[in-house]
Design a protein around this ligand. Structure first.
Ligand SMILES: [Zn+2]
Ligand SMILES: [Zn+2]
Length: 484
């Protein structure tokens, strides 16, 4: 902790004044003017307490040594294990701009629109556990400067002739991309960091550890090179598109003669500079629901909210029933529904729900494997014994056995959720094939279909909740120093 020079109290970073402020005597201090003895010793490292969650292995750091009582990653209320560590020092930081009250307000107004969300996500006590965390990012700097050659092609018709003209275009490029930022923590999911982006990097300040006082920070455990190609590709395609759609080249087809990112870098005179360690502020909230967890994140600079919002099955069912009644009455007013078309419609609905369900399962499968999270994948690969990497590639198709497991109606019932709609389809096919004279068959078929589809729809809502939440994290940290 940082001691108040006036009374010895605890100095914490105060968002409103952007200064350090004493809890007791309200004295303020410039963050750069106060250091702990140990901070100064090594310029590229600083001392922090690392808290490790005994449940999930998630790690979070603080400049304060007082015990942390809950884990933001898995939602467990438990005393976290602590140890002192020497962490690599970031070069720059965006200090918190949004106060906790502003963050809570932004979250509450977001949740007002979530009509079917469970009440517990809106409870004051729950909302109060928002925690201010600095998330580590890699900031890439890429510049392009030098002579560029482009190929231009123009074709037009004049009278009976078709003209093809080719141009060799040369010119100078002078472009730079500062602070292309990528999430450097394997515990912070890439899909959250993308959703709360962007951060305005003009607010960046030189890092000093006292900025962290009163907040937590996530450890940076992803190699700096991981997003290198992505950053290069972004810079190269952005610059190339600028050139291509330049007004001077209207009507001309411009090409670089290559799409390969390395060749493109060469053609555009791209220089890659080693990325910087930086920290960006987020307010973070986690809500555990059984074996799943929901996160809410508020950008600590801009106030942008992103939240995993599950649906309360009861609220949703009542809500849709209330909505279905007027729709049904309206339909009855305007159309006379024939028994055959009734069965036909329910058949279409059944087929639709099967596809919706399959689509959901595929998404859950990839989400739970965290296939979209490069930082996490990087960590897993690093921890897995050599030779196990090969199976990662075939991730786009799901093995049938896993598909069945993922489609189970819920944890207790092994029945796949799409079975209801499949029965509905089979019954309809059977009746249409039979082509009976009596309408009773069609009505009966429609009723069977209705229950079949209902079964699948409830399964879809349940799966939706799985999709709207995350698997409880389990960070396999293989001991040792993460920064080694
Ligand atoms: Zn004081
Ligand atoms: Zn935990």
């Amino acid at each position: 902790m940082y001691e108040c020079p006036n009374c010895g109290g605890n100095l914490k970073f105060d968002i409103e004044s952007q200064l350090l402020k004493c809890d007791y005597c309200l004295t303020t201090q410039n963050p750069y003017e106060i250091t702990k003895d140990k901070d100064a010793e090594e310029s590229n490292a600083f001392n922090v307490t690392i808290f490790t969650c005994p449940q999930c292995g998630g790690e979070i750091m603080s400049t304060d040594t007082s015990a942390a009582e809950f884990c933001s990653f898995c939602g467990a209320s438990t005393i976290l294990n602590s140890r002192i560590s020497n962490e690599k020092r970031p070069t720059r930081i965006i200090p918190f701009k949004q106060t906790k009250d502003a963050c809570k307000k932004a979250y509450i107004s977001r949740m007002k629109r979530a009509l079917f969300a469970p009440d517990e996500l809106k409870e004051e006590k729950y909302i109060d556990s928002f925690r201010g965390i600095y998330m580590p990012y890699w900031a890439y700097h890429i510049s392009q400067s030098g002579n560029v050659r482009l190929k231009g092609e123009k074709s037009y018709r004049n009278g009976d002739y078709l003209y093809n003209e080719e141009y060799r275009l040369t010119g100078d490029i002078d472009a730079y991309y500062h602070n292309l930022s990528y999430d450097a923590s394997s515990s912070f999911s890439d899909n959250i960091s993308q959703r709360i982006a962007p951060f305005d990097t003009r607010d960046m300040q030189e890092f000093t550890p006292s900025f962290l006082s009163g907040f937590y920070a996530d450890t940076a455990d992803v190699d700096s090179g991981l997003y290198r190609n992505e950053a290069l590709k972004l810079a190269n395609t952005t610059s190339f598109n600028k050139l291509k759609y330049n007004r001077a080249f209207t009507g001309m087809k411009i090409s670089l003669e290559t799409n390969n990112i390395f060749a493109m870098s060469q053609a555009l005179c791209t220089t890659y500079n080693p990325p910087e360690r930086v920290m960006y502020p987020v307010w973070f909230l986690s809500c555990r629901r059984g074996e799943r967890i929901a996160y809410a994140t508020v950008n600590g600079q801009t106030g942008k909210v992103t939240a995993d919002i599950p649906v309360d099955t009861k609220k949703y069912t009542i809500g849709s029933a209330l909505l279905a009644i007027p729709i049904f009455i309206l339909l009855n007013l305007f159309f006379t529904i024939k028994p055959t078309s009734l069965l036909g419609c329910s058949n279409l609905l059944a087929v639709g729900t099967v596809f919706l369900h399959l689509w959901e399962i595929t998404k859950i499968y990839h989400r739970d494997k965290r296939n979209d999270d490069q930082g996490y994948q990087f960590r897993q690969e690093k921890n897995s014994p050599p030779g196990t990497e090969s199976k990662k590639k075939s991730s786009s198709s799901i093995p049938f056995k896993e598909l069945l497991a993922f489609s189970a109606f819920d944890e207790k019932h092994w029945l796949p959720g799409f079975i209801g709609s499949l029965i509905a389809v089979a019954v309809a096919a059977f009746i249409f094939n039979l082509n009976p004279v009596s309408d009773i068959w069609y009505y009966g078929g429609a009723i069977v279909s209705f229950f079949g589809i209902l079964f699948t729809i409830v399964a879809i809502i349940k799966k939706y909740n799985v999709l709207a939440t995350r698997k409880l994290p389990q960070f396999n940290r293989n001991g040792g120093n993460d920064n080694a």
